[in-house]
Ligand binder design. Sequence first.
Ligand code: G3P
Ligand code: CA
Length: 266
Amino acid sequence: KNSSESLLSVNRMINIAHRGASGHAPEHTIKAYELGEKMGADYIEIDLQMTKDGELVAMHDADIDRTTDKTGFVHSFTLKELKEMDAGSWFNLESPGAAQEAYKGLKIPTLQEVFEHFGSDANYYIEIKQPDESPGMTAALIRILKEYQLIPAEREGAIVIQSFSKESLLEIHQQEPDLPLIQLLSYKQPAQITERELSELREYATGIGVNYLYLNESFIKDVREADLLLHAYTVNEKREMNALINWGVTGIFTNYPDRLSEVLGK
Ligand code: G3P
Ligand code: CA
């Protein structure tokens, strides 16, 4: 496998730092993203939520209960209010083995702050969450990507947009047809896919993202033969990483990019 090839080449296996190196540091903080880069991840994964005043922030859940010291929905707080919250201490309590003093009091970053910090050399794998709750999300995302001159992309694959919402992806595809899109699919049992579904996906998506628990060799073969990329989430054990790579996935989301780098011999 040739690392000089485009990140989205079918010959590459990409390492996606899921919510940053979130096994080692509080998810969706600059620290977690920094660690992801340091551990050899190709991409920083960012989940997006929208604040009451229309700002995009990096946050997985629709509410702040799990990852801050306060409670409530992200969309019911202004950015200023969210910035007062401690988005790091919860991790020290949850993961005492990885706890660090420096994680206490970490702040929720905005998408702009992430771009400011990591610049145009980093690669971003951005998820639009809860688009139905916050209608302006795709427009805000495109505006910010343009503001930071991340689109049109300098390098192929520098920006990837993912969502479970086909509607959001189609909206983006219509406005920015060159942006690579990953359709996230939610299977609750061993994954299967029809020719028709594959050709519908190919009309707008570069690939799909699937929970690894439901992946199987024949599904992976079908997807790859349809010329779609296949990224598996969220894989934290080396044994499982190896099995999926042997089956032909083209990317893995992991909370432990260091482990995946070791598996890939980097
Ligand atoms: O985006 C891929 C994977 O992260 C989807 O699951 O819930 O961790 O965003 P989630
Ligand atoms: Ca995600």
